[in-house]
Design a protein around this ligand. Sequence first.
Ligand code: GLN
Length: 583
Amino acid sequence: MNPHDSLANLAAASDETEFYTPMPAGYKPGKTKYVGVFGTVMSGLGKGIFASSLAKMLKDKGLTVAPIKLEGYLNLDSGTLNPFRHGEVFVLDDGMECDMDLGTYERMLDQNMSRLNFSTSGQIFSAILEKERRGSYLGRDVQMIPHVTGEVKSKLRHLAVASDADVVFIEIGGTVGDVENAYYIEALRQLAFEEGAGSTCFVALTYVLNPPALGEQKSKAAQLGIKQLLQSGIQPHIIACRAHQPVSKKVCEKIALYSSVPFNRVFSMHDRESIYVIPEMIREAGLDRAVVDILGIADRVHPEAEERARVIWSDYLDRLRAATQTVTIGIAGKYTSVRDSYASVIKALEHSGTRCGVKVDIDWIEVSDMPLEDVAERLAHLDGLIVPGGFGSRGVEGKISCIQYARTRGLPYLGLCYGFQLAVIEFARNVCGLDGAGSTEFHPECKHPVIDILPEQKQIEGLGASMRLGGHDVALKAGSMASRLFNGAPEIRLRFRHRYEVDPRYIEQLEAGGLVFSGKAPDFPIMQVLELPPEAHPYFVATQAHPELTSRPLRPDPFFLGLVKAAVARHQPRTAADAHVAI
Ligand code: GLN
């Protein structure tokens, strides 16, 4: 019997049947295959990195891929999460605020994600409660199985229809054994059963311990983690072992034997110089071909497309490895002890460094506890400075002093969102003579609120999804540095996440002082990019947007590229003329 015949019978919801599997319109059984990625032993193993690398390998073969991250938490999105605890909030073009893994998918696949690629338990449960109120469950008690799991499967199949993907990659957040994600795992078990053999491939990430006191790798925690997955009814096809050093043959053999996974599909995912090396490691281990075999999609592969993509990617890696010179960029922020809160900024610098053939060393500058007098000494060795996005008042005056130093000493500067607003404040105070210039965000009663709340934000109460979010067009001023950075494009698209903006009443005064607003919202007086003219500074650029979110390995963001080029020029000034960057 064709395994898909039974799918049609599952679609009905009634009190006569235990099956509840709503099928989205247009679902073609057998068209889309599924790869499920689970984490065992501990969180933070890099499931997103592995899943996106594997997805890239399949995309390179000419297949269409669509990832989805399933989060266990009850928040509706990641917008209200503290970056200290959860890493940066990644904003999609459609305005969805989500987990930083979505950034990894966008970068690795060079593909924009949408809200269909992200789900939380909060979204699942609110959809169910809404249906319950509408009476959609036909008198049934609403249960974790089949209704909640049915909702999850429906979401996955909906993505399959909307993306027309050959393969949907499902990353389950958290660790096997968590209460929060248990129903996702059960939904995937059911999905594998319903879709039939050869439709799903399961990957378990695990961690191989190497206690210094023993001096050897130990596999027991990994074995127990996978045992827990097996208890949930999921037999992995592939196991990726995270470790600091390459995982020994002996340990891989033990894990293979214990979990019934063939030895050649137990993969050592040890630490490497860059996550962009992982796709190559996957190819060398033959895992991409294993997935194609498991899913029976060899006939959909385009070998020429694959070869083209392979050459482009190995060129990128060659450049990454060849970089010998190092430039130092300071990042002045308040979450600098948690690198994940600036994940996209770090990656954007890596992309631009690789393009310029240099390694970018990041110097984290914790401004929240830095006395102002120390700024000059602290920043003296830098080749460039970034003030990234941020909220609230802590560290603000320290950041403004850092910006003043960069502006007055010709230190290449890139301001991102808050770093844009603070650059405006610094300029207003120290160049335009507007003593007491500030932002109503951290000083509501300030004398000159050059940064004030956006008019559309004034009515909004509460913090969830309440900002100006997502992709918006930006019109660039012809002949400006910003326009040159973008090869003369009159309009570009950038991503935003902010509540405040430059108060239009101050624009004339700021411009008269010499500040150039080179990017604006096409139809509103919302200032989105500022710069100093080349005769005043080699590279002083800031944007109200978050260009770090749209930088890709093969297409580095132009604002970051400009900063790194300027940093290289400052690092080795050859002639006075060269010290100004040719962009
Ligand atoms: N706090 C500022 C605002 O809300 C900047 C936000 C940010 O840097 N993302 O406008």
